[in-house]
Design a protein around this ligand. Structure first.
Ligand code: HEM
Ligand code: HEM
Length: 178
């Protein structure tokens, strides 16, 4: 039987701001993904424009989140074997890095292709590079064939670990982020 230590994991919640950053990031990721799925199913270009706008929003959100994370104190780590702690830290680091790299690759694919990126009609990221089809193709491949599968793998592992804590270990780890 696993030792259950709910008191340890229950009390050490993430700050309100950290929780807001976490769940809005997850929501933005979901919406950005939904937009590209809708685009794939309808071929309506307004969806790809929304995909880009939500993706750029996620980039700004993640940058603010990282700055907040660096300058504020995280709660003490949950009690778990050292190897699990190391894997969770690596996974979290990978998620931060991937969610920043993904929209940057998206923006670069667009601008190298000669297309400015409109963000909800509020502002535009102009074509700030010389048009270069092979660079556009490179960032397109990076976006869709490399970084996206990695996001899927790490997100599934992350949510799988949360479910494992919730239903197998029953240690209420999820409460730290709720
Ligand atoms: C974290 C944010 C983002 C995520 C998770 C994301 C995810 C995706 C996914 C899953 C696809 C479909 C890949 C496929 O066809 O299999 C895609 C395609 C695309 N993304 Fe993103 N994206 C993000 C941000 C951006 C940004 C910021 C831009 C541009 C400013 C962008 C531009 C595009 C374009 C143009 C396509 C279509 C590519 C094609 O038709 O080959 N994405 N994205
Ligand atoms: C149902 C969905 C999700 C659940 C239940 C969940 C749960 C959690 C929990 C409980 C933690 C805190 C772990 C701890 O205190 O040690 C956490 C942290 C984290 N989550 Fe999620 N999460 C979900 C979705 C996501 C998604 C979609 C992403 C991004 C792709 C994400 C990225 C992160 C990151 C980067 C951290 C680390 C925070 C830090 O150390 O600064 N999560 N998540």
């Amino acid at each position: 039987m696993n030792k259950v230590q709910p008191s340890v994991t229950q009390v050490n919640k993430w700050s309100v701001m950290s929780r807001v950053f976490h769940w809005i990031s997850a929501l933005l990721l979901l919406v950005t993904w939904a937009m590209i799925l809708l685009y794939g199913n309808t071929d309506d270009s307004s969806y790809v424009n929304l995909h880009k706008a939500f993706g750029v929003s996620l980039l700004f959100w993640m940058l603010a989140r990282v700055i907040h994370r660096v300058f504020t104190k995280a709660p003490p780590a949950a009690v778990m074997p050292k190897w699990q702690l190391i894997i969770s830290k690596l996974t979290h680091f990978a998620l931060y890095a991937l969610l920043i790299a993904m929209p940057i690759a998206g923006v670069l694919m667009s601008v190298y292709g000669g297309r400015a990126v409109d963000v909800f009609g509020l502002f535009q990221i102009p074509v700030f590079v010389d048009i270069d089809r092979s660079a556009a193709r490179f960032y397109n491949d990076l976006h869709t064939d490399i970084i996206w599968p990695m996001i899927i793998v790490f997100t599934v592992a992350h949510i799988g670990a949360a479910l494992f804590h919730q239903f197998v270990q029953k240690d209420k780890l999820i409460n730290r982020m709720l």
